[in-house]
Every structure is written in structure tokens, then in C-alpha cells.
Design a protein around this ligand. Structure first.
Ligand code: 8OZ
Length: 362
């Protein structure tokens, strides 16, 4: 058995000390109530995974207009704050740390999910060639309305409101979801952003929304408790860029200057070579804490940390199926089989009933 002990060396990530480098990636599970409050069973689900170096919550919408999927949770109403507070309390009592991932889907939404059946908003008025999950199953996303300056101001204010809600709910920090073709990515990448105002055109202009979002959320949590997730591959949700290397090099540099808690990159889906994720462009520009994600196992995660590529690795699907993933990796134990049919939606089955190696904590 190879030695994976480096995964269990504690490390400081901004203002938080992580007891190990095996982190839980944000995972959409579509099990919240219709009003965006997480259900009580989410307390069990997250607390079962408290041995992660850090838990990142499932993507949580910052406002009613930010929603794009059925039964995704929100983080902006008093009821949502109260429900999340029970989750953070349970995770903390179990010895864990938990950051909330703040999400605005932009045009990856459907009118049936939005207030008054409104159109989604985006950097553009062109529809995405993408589907989302609604009460009627998978449906094509609706044609969006391009945000005007007032709408952009409101969106940034909504990020501030959500960050305050996350603070009130007892989270240890926040992650800004700027990946996978959602709103911030729709501004970053010029295959979607066709604006002619100060939020479109040059790379500096396309980064403006992310910068202004960071300005408001770091006022609430501080840079040392704020991270950003990017996916430079340009694959998900009909997003693309004409010069991704130039764009993401500039984004890496901008984030480096802000001294955030961390940068989190979706390097690959499953196990391709990750070259498209422009990871070679990261280190010349970014000197801070780097959280790698995408298709890692104990061996490749160990190598990524030993080689200095990453400080920690976020595991997605393996954490769905293995609540005690760090201990399994430490022991070199077998992993539970993943049940894809219960990834999205449903009840406790495939959510809180994956077995532990040993008896679960009471
Ligand atoms: C899977 C299903 C729905 C949403 C992402 C938040 O890709 C998601 C997501 C993943 O970042």
C-alpha cells in the first residue's frame, strides 16, 4: 500500500486550519423544500461528512432570481438562515468546518423556477444550448434577459445579502461559484458575454462582475474566509472563450492580488488529462492556497500535494458515497459503490444511508 499520509497533514487555508487535505466538493443534491430551506435530513448528511478537512455546501442561490434547478437550496431568507444554522451547528458539534457556496445560475434556468414566471438574467439575451431540471423533468433553459446596469447593481447587492445570511447561519466562510457556465462565468467568457458596456469586451471588463462581487462578500467574511471556484475548460452549460489562456491567466492574477482563502479549480470531469483546464497557467500567476478538483483518487491526490501542485483536493462523487472518505483513504479501504440514480432529488436513500466502515457517530 502506498503512503498517503501527506493527505493528513493539517494546513492553514486563509483564516481556517484544515485538519486534513481531503475536502468535500460542492455537490448539488436537489433535496431542499420548495422555499429553498434545506430539510432536516441535510443535518445528518453534512454531519456524517464532518471528518472532511472542509465541507463545501451544495451550490445555494443568493436570491429568488438566482435559482435554476428544482429543489436547490437558497441562502437569503430568514427561514433559510434558520435551517442552515441547524446544519452548521450539527457539523461544528461533529468537529467539522463548513463553507457555503454562493450561486447565481444566470441563464441556466427556466421561467417556471423564477418569480412570476420571469425570464432568467444573464450577460446576454441569447439562450444557452443547455437543459435544467424543473418540475417537468429536464427542460431547455429559457431565453434570458441581459442585465442592465441597475440589474447588475441589484445582483451585486444580492451577493452581499447572501454573504450576510451565510454569516448569520454560522458558516465558517463562503465560496463564490464562478464555474460551470453560471452567471459569473457568463460574464467572464466571451462566447457568452456579448456586452458593449463596461462589463463586456476586454478581459478587464468581463472580470468586473467577479471583482465587484468579491468586493461585497469580502466586506462580510474577509478575504481569509472567501474562496472562488473556476472551471476554465469551457465545456459546461454552453460556455466558451476565444482565448481562455489569456482570460484565466488574468483571473488567476486578479485573485492572487486579493489574498483570498483559496482558489478552487474544476480541472477535469472524471479522469481525462486535465490539459484543457489551463492548470499550467495557474502557478505563474497564482501563489496562494490551491484546491484541486476533478477525478482525483488517493494516489493522484497524494502526488498533487507532494509535487506542490495543490495544497488540498476536493472530492465530489466519492464523498456522496463515502461519508467517512478521509478514513477510508487513510486506511486504503474499499470505497462504497456510487448510486447515480439517487444523486439528484429524492429522500434519505442515497443521501444519508451510505455505510461507514465503522459505526457512524450517533
Ligand atoms: C449538477 C447538477 C446541477 C447543478 C455545477 C451546481 O455544475 C452545479 C450542478 C451540478 O456547478
Amino acid at each position: 500500500m502506498s503512503d498517503h499520509s501527506i493527505l493528513f497533514n493539517p494546513v492553514d487555508m486563509g483564516d481556517t486550519t484544515l485538519p486534513n487535505r481531503v475536502l468535500m466538493a460542492p455537490l448539488t443534491r436537489n433535496r431542499a423544500n420548495a422555499d429553498g430551506t434545506p430539510k432536516d435530513m441535510a443535518q445528518t448528511y453534512y454531519a456524517q461528512r464532518a471528518s472532511a478537512g472542509l465541507i463545501l455546501t451544495e451550490a445555494s442561490q443568493i436570491s429568488a432570481t438566482a435559482k435554476g434547478y428544482l429543489d436547490a437550496p437558497g441562502i437569503y431568507t430568514d427561514a433559510q438562515i434558520a435551517a442552515w444554522k441547524k446544519i452548521t451547528d450539527t457539523v461544528h458539534a461533529a468537529g467539522g468546518r463548513i463553507f457555503c457556496q454562493l450561486w447565481h445560475v444566470g441563464r441556466i434556468s427556466h421561467s417556471s423556477l423564477l418569480p412570476d414566471g420571469r425570464a432568467p438574467v444573464s450577460s446576454t439575451d441569447r439562450a444557452a444550448k443547455a437543459k435544467t431540471f424543473t418540475a417537468n423533468g429536464f427542460e431547455h433553459t429559457s431565453k434570458p434577459q441581459a442585465l442592465d446596469q441597475k440589474g447588475i447593481r441589484q445582483t451585486i447587492a444580492d451577493y452581499g445579502t447572501a454573504a450576510k445570511a451565510a454569516k448569520a447561519a454560522g458558516f465558517d466562510g463562503i465560496e463564490i461559484h464562478a464555474a460551470n457556465g453560471y452567471l459569473i462565468d457568463q460574464f467572464l467568457q466571451d462566447g457568452v458575454n456579448d456586452r458593449t458596456d463596461t462589463y463586456g469586451g476586454s478581459i478587464q471588463n468581463r472580470m468586473r462582475l467577479l471583482k465587484e462581487v468579491l468586493d461585497v462578500v469580502t466586506e462580510v467574511f474577509g478575504a481569509g474566509r472567501t474562496g472562488v471556484r473556476l472551471a476554465p475548460r469551457g465545456e459546461a452549460n454552453d460556455v466558451s472563450d476565444s482565448d481562455p489562456e489569456a482570460l484565466f491567466s488574468a483571473v488567476y492574477k486578479m485573485l492572487d492580488a486579493r489574498k483570498l482563502a483559496y482558489l478552487h479549480v474544476v480541472e477535469r470531469f472524471r479522469s481525462d488529462d486535465g490539459e484543457k483546464s489551463l492548470i499550467h497557467a495557474l502557478r505563474p500567476h497564482y501563489t496562494g492556497f490551491y484546491m484541486a478538483n476533478g477525478g482525483y483518487d488517493a494516489q493522484t491526490a497524494t502526488k498533487a500535494i507532494e509535487s506542490g501542485h495543490a495544497h488540498a483536493v476536493a472530492f465530489g462523487r466519492p464523498f456522496i458515497a463515502n461519508p467517512d472518505l478521509p478514513e477510508r483513504l487513510r486506511r486504503g479501504a474499499d470505497l462504497n459503490e456510487q448510486h447515480q440514480d439517487t444523486f439528484y432529488g429524492g429522500g434519505r436513500a442515497g443521501y444519508t444511508d451510505y455505510p461507514f466502515l465503522d459505526t457512524p457517530p450517533a
